[in-house]
Design a protein around this ligand. Structure first.
Ligand code: ADP
Length: 588
């Protein structure tokens, strides 16, 4: 801005100053020479008139007193005093007859002087000349002194031109000083006017610079109607529009950033050279890197899977979308990579999308396992039923006691099948949350006793003692009593199934901080440590031959019910010593 200001100031002030200097200078030169000339002319005219008058007066004197140089000298001195000039009188031979300032007799012959020559020819005239005697420019005027029509002498008036010259010089000096002062004032004025005229430009330049740096502050209004004011308004409009557009872009950008940040799919944009231009948080965590480590780095350094690098290369060559799937090591993440060349919108760039298909694949595996488990569970009782029916058909019917036994077994198998189907339905209902929990506040004893009572006869039949240990002052829990009874029945049923006769089953409840812990302890066969983490899986049975009648779904259903209550279920066991199944419920 300073440069602009300086140059503008110079551009405006300099021509002004030059013009002023030239005009004033020219004018002063012309004026001083004109004045000098005109005052000289006036002086000449006056001197000529005066010399004529003096000549006339002297002609009378010379006529009256011819040859009386003394009275001539006296008269000359008188006239000289009166007129303030030097007066010299010479005879026709050039000899000085009288002189007002010097002694006539000492003076040289004046015949050679041009004005004297002309006067002798009866011609009054003036002459300018440098006087060696006085060492100054002199103006002379000479006129003939006529006596009886004859030239009796010449009267000459002389005046120094120094005064005129001095006056002219004074005038010239005055004008020059005035010119200098006017020039300085003009320059100052031009500088001031320019400075204040372009001051808003300085403000605009600073605003433009700030805008270039991304600062979009409001521009102060400028109430001026001139060109600068118009420029200011145009700039203001432009800034307003730019701000609007930037705001719009910013909003779009923020939206895009939010989308990218919250996407579960990893996104990377790679340029022609393979340098990463954009990477979203999902991709960062997928490839265990940070924004600083990945941005502008080579894809090879960040994505350390040759299949994905190959995918990018392939799509770069084919200019088509390419897809690949792979399992990363050591995370065992199952990834689908899609590379799309962005040749139309962003030439040379490639969009790479990474979808984590691990969960989908796991669900797929679970679904497959489930179908195969259900088929297996259905096939076993169906095969038994088939075999029993065939045996009956093949003659066992003729043997009524055997036939009754077979029918009994068929009945058991049908019960198993019914139980399986019921449990499957129950599991599906709980998993899909179709039957909401009917939670009420209930004391642990009230919650556990119906299940214990229900299982008492079964326990006795198996030669086991079943007890409920529960303090009456325990705080109430918040639970669906029907569902929790099912869980307890299931756990007690398992304890009965896996505890040899003579054993003991204890159902108890105790408070632990803000939860109630229910435990079902048995003195049964126990569970091997490697099987312990898996028993809550669907269809998991430790020893298929041993768990007669079980579906492997009971614990899975129990886990779902407890988790739906916001609780936790787990098992502790020692082989051949017994197991303890525990679950928690929140207090009411
Ligand atoms: P099931 O209907 O076969 O009992 P569960 O899901 O209830 O299915 O139990 C899964 C497996 O856990 C059982 O097959 C059994 O091997 C083991 N199990 C469950 N409870 C006990 C227990 N109290 N003692 C020993 N093993 C048990």
């Amino acid at each position: 801005m300073d440069k602009i200001r300086h140059s503008l100031v110079l551009r405006i002030a300099l021509p002004f100053a030059l013009l002023l200097m030239l005009t004033m200078g020219g004018l002063s030169l012309y004026l001083s020479s004109f004045l000098q000339k005109s005052s000289l002319e006036i002086l000449e005219t006056n001197l000529l008139s005066e010399v004529r008058l003096v000549a006339d007066r002297l002609s009378v004197l010379m006529e009256e007193r011819p040859g009386d140089s003394e009275s001539i000298n006296e008269r000359i001195k008188l006239y000289s005093r009166l007129l303030g000039v030097r007066i010299t009188v010479v005879d026709p031979q050039g000899n000085v007859l009288g002189e007002s300032y010097s002694v006539a007799a000492e003076m040289e012959n004046h015949l050679d002087r041009p004005e004297i020559q002309r006067a002798l020819r009866q011609e009054a005239s003036t002459e300018q000349r440098y006087s060696d005697t006085l060492q100054t420019q002199m103006l002379y005027a000479a006129a003939p002194i006529l006596v009886n029509g004859e030239v009796a002498g010449v009267a000459r008036l002389a005046v120094s031109l120094r005064t005129i010259q001095r006056n002219a010089n004074t005038l010239l000096n005055t004008i020059l000083v005035a010119t200098a002062v006017a020039t300085i004032l003009a320059i100052l004025l031009a500088v001031l006017v320019t400075y204040y005229s372009i001051l808003p430009l300085k403000h605009l330049t600073e605003t433009a610079r700030r805008m270039a740096n991304g600062e979009l502050s409001e521009i102060k209004p400028l109430y001026r109607r001139d060109e600068v004011g118009q420029l200011h308004r145009a700039f203001q409009d432009m800034a307003h529009q730019v701000k609007g557009q930037i705001d719009e872009l910013q909003t779009e950008r923020t939206k895009l950033e939010i989308v990218l940040a919250n996407m579960t799919d990893g996104i990377i944009i790679v340029d022609q050279e393979g340098l990463i231009q954009l990477i979203n948080p999902a991709a960062l965590s997928l490839f265990h890197t940070t924004e600083e480590q990945a941005y502008q780095k080579n894809l090879v350094e960040v994505v350390r899977h040759h299949q994905l690098i190959e995918l990018w290369r392939k799509s770069n060559i084919s200019l088509q979308q390419e897809t690949t799937t792979l399992e990363t090591a050591p995370d065992r993440v199952f990834l689908q990579g899609i590379a799309t060349p962005l040749h139309e919108s962003l030439p040379g760039m490639t969009l790479m999308v990474f979808q984590n298909l691990t969960r989908v694949r796991k669900l797929e595996t679970v679904r497959r396992d489930f179908v195969s488990n259900v088929s297996h569970e259905l096939r076993t009782p169906l095969a038994a039923l088939k075999a029993l029916a065939e045996t009956l058909q093949e003659g066992a019917l003729e043997d009524p006691p055997a036939a009754r036994r077979f029918l009994q077994r068929m009945d058991t198998e049908i019960d198993n099948l019914t139980q399986l189907v019921q449990e499957l339905l129950e599991l599906s209902r709980i998993e899909s949350n179709r039957v909401p929990l009917q939670r009420v506040a209930i004391t642990p004893c009230d919650l556990a006793s119906p299940a214990v009572e229900r299982m008492q006869i079964q326990a006795q039949r198996s030669g086991l003692s079943l007890q409920l240990e529960c303090a009456g002052d325990l705080p109430a829990v918040k639970a669906d009593p029907q569902r929790i009874e099912n869980v307890l029945v299931n756990l007690i049923h398992n304890a009965i199934k896996f505890t040899p006769p003579g054993g003991q089953i204890i159902v108890s409840a105790h408070q632990e901080r803000n939860t109630m812990v229910f435990s079902i302890h048995d003195t049964g066969i126990g569970i091997a440590p490697e099987a312990l983490p898996r028993i809550f899986e669907r269809f998991y049975k430790i020893d298929r031959s041993r768990s007669s009648g079980g579906t492997g779904l009971g614990l899975s259903i129990a886990r779902h019910i407890i988790e739906a209550h916001g609780g936790r279920i787990w098992a502790e066991s020692k082989e051949n010593e017994g197991s303890t199944f525990s679950f928690t419920l929140p207090l009411a």
